[in-house]
Design a protein. Structure first.
Length: 265
């Protein structure tokens, strides 16, 4: 049974039924709810939706571009066959001082890994992409902007804090990406994946996505009958920078088909 679908679609229904209708910078109105969260025990489930197809490899390409390549160059992502940032690419081919740029600027990943290895009970293990002085020079200010890390009983826990989540398109990617990131970092520091908690300040559904998501909600009973997919990574790799796409595999993933939605820019 997919608890990811259950949590995600319960919130989706709540947004549609009780969300505040408002406009925003994109010009496409949304229904929104504040302060939503989901939590997954990565020892028992991998949080990818089965009620619709989620492009797993595309999601992983993006998260590796941000955290491993620590890049802001959209052209590098395009070479990997991933085009999720094309709409925000500037004339110089970048997204400005956003996302991977901030990890690289302050060596945040390296410091996190070193702290996890040498001082795992440290309560200051935070990676933040929200750099106030650089915000004006970002093509899109980060949505999933902060992770907080914790170690308990040999397991690595991660809380993802997201200021804004496009529930139809962005959130399913973010769930997959940061759950996978926990697996990858846990492996290189000698831990097991633990809890992944996803906190969203503004969870919204665009008006032109509502009918599509309603049809997805109707799929929930069938989605709950599908087996839980499993993430397998190459555990022999102990250097985060040496992971490749071939080292990260989703096993036994079954879904109920593609639901196309238009991205709001």
């Amino acid at each position: 049974m997919s608890r990811a679908d259950l949590q995600y679609l319960t919130i989706a229904r709540n947004i549609i039924d009780n969300g505040y209708y408002s406009n925003n910078r994109t010009g496409i109105p949304t229904y929104k709810l504040p302060h939503q969260f989901m939590q997954f025990d990565l020892q028992t489930e991998f949080p990818i939706l089965c009620s619709k197809h989620v492009a797993f490899k595309t999601a992983i390409k993006e998260i590796l571009w941000i955290w491993q390549k620590q890049s802001n160059d959209v052209r590098e992502l395009q070479k990997m066959g991933c085009h999720v940032w094309d709409e925000w690419m500037r004339e110089d081919g970048t997204i400005g001082k956003a996302y991977g740029y901030q990890i690289k600027k302050y060596h945040q990943l390296d410091k996190l890994i070193e702290t996890l290895k040498t001082d795992p009970q440290n309560r200051r293990m935070i990676v933040s992409l929200w750099n106030i002085e650089d915000l004006p020079d970002m093509a899109l200010q980060p949505c999933a902007y902060q992770t907080l890390w914790d170690v308990n009983n040999g397991k690595l826990n991660c809380m993802l804090v997201q200021r804004s989540a496009d529930w139809g398109l962005g959130c399913p990617f973010n769930m997959v990406q940061y759950a996978t990131l926990v697996y990858l970092i846990a492996n290189v520091v000698g831990l097991k994946p633990g809890l992944f908690t996803h906190v969203i300040n503004n969870a919204h559904i665009y008006e032109n996505h509502v009918d599509i998501i309603k049809s997805q909600i109707k799929r929930l009973p069938e989605a709950l009958k599908l087996p839980n997919p499993r993430l397998e990574i190459n555990t022999y790799i102990k250097d985060f920078y040496k992971y490749t796409l071939d080292d990260i595999n989703l096993v036994n993933y079954q879904d109920l088909g593609i639901l196309k939605m238009q991205v709001a820019v």
